[in-house]
Design a binder for this molecule. Structure first.
Ligand code: ZN
Length: 247
């Protein structure tokens, strides 16, 4: 029997696939540290227990699988029917037994990986639409999933912290968050600085300069800092303040 191979050949896609698999492994590892009784405990996502979070991560994989199918077949299959349907699904999923939630997360992740594996090289640029309504090439699902699994691995509250996440991931995530703000017309005067690196407004245009380590900047920007205004950050100009909403 011939082993199934990834059909993509673009080195950038393959690197992104490897990064997504690394993130999946991290989520799986953190989840394995939560015992069944721990599913009833809170996650770091406001209002969500770990049950909600695990259901969401599983359903997110299924939703991203639908985008890969869309790219493959050209038949439009959105991530979710509506934001309400997405939330209702998570609420219902959160009532499943821990063992069922574990297998939901596991099987949905495997299905997504198989969809990626079997997507022909010439389909990776096919346009699909995210849950936020943005049109992106389907290869973006590799990045969307990285964001989900790494951040929600932290949100499980099983020990992993934002500062434990790969530097490469954090350095890619921060401009991504700023891009989401600017698409909504938020965070215009913010300049984020970590050592020699900076993001956001030019020095001349900035009304607030936020300085700190990259992990602390990411934790604040994604609403995961120890205090809403990012206790570990230094502010120059306006602030400190909570970050604009990201997603
Ligand atoms: Zn999520």
């Amino acid at each position: 029997m011939v082993a199934r191979q990834v059909l993509a050949t673009d080195p950038a896609v393959l690197a992104d696939l490897a990064a997504a698999r690394l993130g999946e492994a991290a989520f799986r590892r953190e989840l394995s540290r939560v015992d069944d009784a721990g599913f009833d405990g809170p996650s770091l996502m406001p209002g969500w227990t770990r049950r909600h979070l695990v259901a969401h991560v599983g359903y997110n994989a299924r939703a991203l699988s639908r985008l890969v199918v869309w790219a493959d077949t050209g038949v439009e299959t959105p991530m979710y029917a509506s934001p309400e349907a997405r939330n209702a699904e998570i609420d219902l999923g959160s009532t499943l037994r821990p063992q069922a939630l574990r297998s939901l997360a596991e099987h949905a992740a495997i299905e997504l990986d198989v969809r990626w594996r079997d997507l022909p090289e010439d389909r990776w640029a096919a346009p699909v639409r995210t849950a936020q309504g943005r049109e992106v090439p389907v290869r973006e699902t590799l990045w969307l999933r990285q964001r989900e699994v790494w951040l929600h691995a932290v949100d499980l509250g099983a020990g992993l912290r934002v500062r434990d996440l790969p530097e490469e991931f954090l350095a890619r995530l921060l401009p991504d968050v700023l891009g989401a703000w600017s698409r909504r017309g938020e965070g215009a005067g913010l300049r984020l600085v970590s050592g020699q690196r900076s993001w956001g407004a030019d020095a001349a245009a900035a009304s607030s300069v936020v300085c700190g380590d990259l992990p602390d900047l990411v934790a604040w920007a994604t609403g995961r800092a120890s205090g809403p205004t990012g206790d570990a950050l230094e502010w120059v100009g306006e602030g400190p303040r909570a970050a604009p909403r990201w997603l």
